[in-house]
Design a protein around this ligand. Structure first.
Ligand code: TMP
Length: 202
């Protein structure tokens, strides 16, 4: 049996990654792959409680980073690692790249501090593949405009998301082999064609 893969989906809010994630997971299941879908912050009972706090409660930027990694520590221990060890693929809606983009790029938390947390929490575990849904910030903002209620992150200004987007792109350039950058402003069909190509190459 080939090794179970750990795949993450990333992008600014409004990039449409969650819709594509469902499609991507179904396409893998149709190929007979046993997988679980999870998300961050969240993925465990404790992680989901931390998510409630993180999405709603104002806090210092470094507190935010620490809580994201605390939730992640639990997620890695309780869900991600056990699944991979049993040969189950893991598809996560966000992982540490989101902390580098949002807390690092968006909020200005020092990268060295985030790198220490990353090393601590999952030094020996990185996604096999990260799909980065990249989209111009104005387009993402327009997509979010129809949402009735926006969380603490979604309420941020365009300039915040521009920094998040640039930090994601910078991170993808650091380890280009791990990343597939998807042009998420394209039509659903076009995006699915790109995803099909990626699936064929996995
Ligand atoms: P979601 O809307 O994609 O479920 O993600 C929830 C929000 O949490 C999203 O605005 C991005 C943010 N986030 C961070 O700021 N840092 C992180 O490490 C993660 C995983 C998410």
């Amino acid at each position: 049996m080939s090794k179970a893969k750990f795949i993450t989906f990333e992008g600014v809010d409004g990039a449409g990654k969650s819709t594509h994630l469902e499609w991507f997971a179904d396409a893998l299941r149709q190929r007979g792959i046993n997988l679980l879908m999870t998300r961050e912050p969240g993925g465990t009972p404790l992680g989901e409680r931390l998510r409630e706090i993180l999405l709603n409660e104002p806090m210092h930027a470094e507190t935010e980073a620490l809580l994201m990694f605390a939730a992640r520590r639990e997620h890695v221990a309780q869900v991600i690692r056990p699944a991979l060890q049993q040969g189950i693929w893991v598809i996560s809606d966000r992982f540490s790249d989101a902390s580098f983009a949002y807390q690092g790029g968006g909020r200005g938390v020092a990268l060295t501090k985030l790198e220490q947390l990353e090393q601590w929490v999952h030094g020996d575990l990185q996604p096999d593949l990260t799909l980065l849904f990249d989209i111009p910030v104005e387009v993402a903002r327009q997509r979010l405009a129809n949402n009735i209620s926006l969380d603490r992150f979604e309420q941020e200004q365009g300039s915040f998301f521009e920094k998040v987007r640039q930090a994601y792109l910078a991170r993808s350039q650091k380890t280009p082999d791990r990343f597939a950058v998807i042009h998420a402003e394209k039509t659903r069909d076009e995006v699915q064609k790109s995803l099909e190509k990626i699936i064929a190459s996995i």
